[in-house]
Design a protein around this ligand. Sequence first.
Ligand SMILES: Cc1cc2nc3c(=O)[nH]c(=O)nc-3n(C[C@H](O)[C@H](O)[C@H](O)COP(=O)(O)O)c2cc1C
Length: 383
Amino acid sequence: MVALEFLFLYLLLGIIRGFMFLSPLKIGDVILPNNLILAPMSGVTNSWFRRLIKLENPGAVGLVVTEFISIEGMTRQNEGSLRMMRFREEEAPISIQVFGNPIERMVLAAQMIEESGANIVDINCGCPVPKVVKKGGGCELMRQPEHLEKILKAVRTAISIPLTLKIRSGWDEENKNALEIATMAEASGVDMLTIHGRTRQALYRGEADWGIVADVAEKLRIPVIGSGDVVDAASAKRYLERGVAGVMIGRGAMSDPWIFSEIVAASSSTHFEVPSETKTIDVLLRYLSLLSADLPEKAVLGRMKQFATQVTRRVPGSTPARRAICTCKTTEEMISTLEEWREFLNGKSETRYRPPQTSAASGERFPQQAANLSSHRWRTNNA
Ligand SMILES: Cc1cc2nc3c(=O)[nH]c(=O)nc-3n(C[C@H](O)[C@H](O)[C@H](O)COP(=O)(O)O)c2cc1C
């Protein structure tokens, strides 16, 4: 009888697993709890942002990656670069991403990363920025496959933690060499490869080409991660169903900081409560508190405004609030601005966050539009 119950439970678990589209991910000897990765984003995925995303998505983020760090700066002990390398224990598993060109410096930087206790070394071959590319780093490495091969082999023998690579689909439409680079990287001992399905020329325009990513994923034995345009559970599922081993989420995490939990809930068919509008204020205050613990006020305000610009867009009609947040001169002013906005969202105050209906709604200048405008439409149109 007990054996039968056990068998039933086993079968049930198997069926449930069959519907799940997420799974643990093995990169070398590092095992991630799931295959959702917070993408490296320069100027965004600093330690505070990484911690914020992990705090907002308990247990749902498989891996975080730092913003890219110059190997020149790192290996010359540049204070800024060394600061960017720092991470907290609670961020693990963590991958540190570097960019640059000279082999010896890449090896040194990788060794520094291993010594820092980070779990993975990631080499950037996707950055399109002229400043980086002109010096042979970022996407330029995709145009120097022989040199890149030497880098990868040298780094591989110099470190024992996993080595990963992040590339684009190619330099431009005529030079989409992701498969060639990926095949060479696998043969050189790379443990995982991420592809952003856009060319260097495309920058961030148009839609990411998931076809080329899926094609490379099918041909390689190492895990291939897809990056580009994952913005919700449906897009993550669609991408994973095309055979990638995992997905990276970049901009989607800025505009929806709970995206990881949402995807995990969808994968396990559990209910996900869409965070209320006022949760936007909670997440902003949490970020402010994390930043304020370590940074001077000016730096806190800069990072807050950057995040606020993205995350407030989820709240329809948030333009006036966004403007108010972005003109704050002190953190104190920012906190009271956010609390004032909360009062408005809760319907408890008539503040400057009210849509500017005075001219339109009163019908003075635009009587026709005013007649058509419900408060809801105003909010949606101006989001
Ligand atoms: C502001 C910003 C900064 C980025 N910085 C990096 C970076 O430092 N290293 C990197 O490999 N990719 C970087 N990327 C690319 C992202 O990691 C990702 O591949 C790309 O944004 C597509 O994914 P998404 O649609 O989920 O944002 C950056 C993207 C953005 C928007």
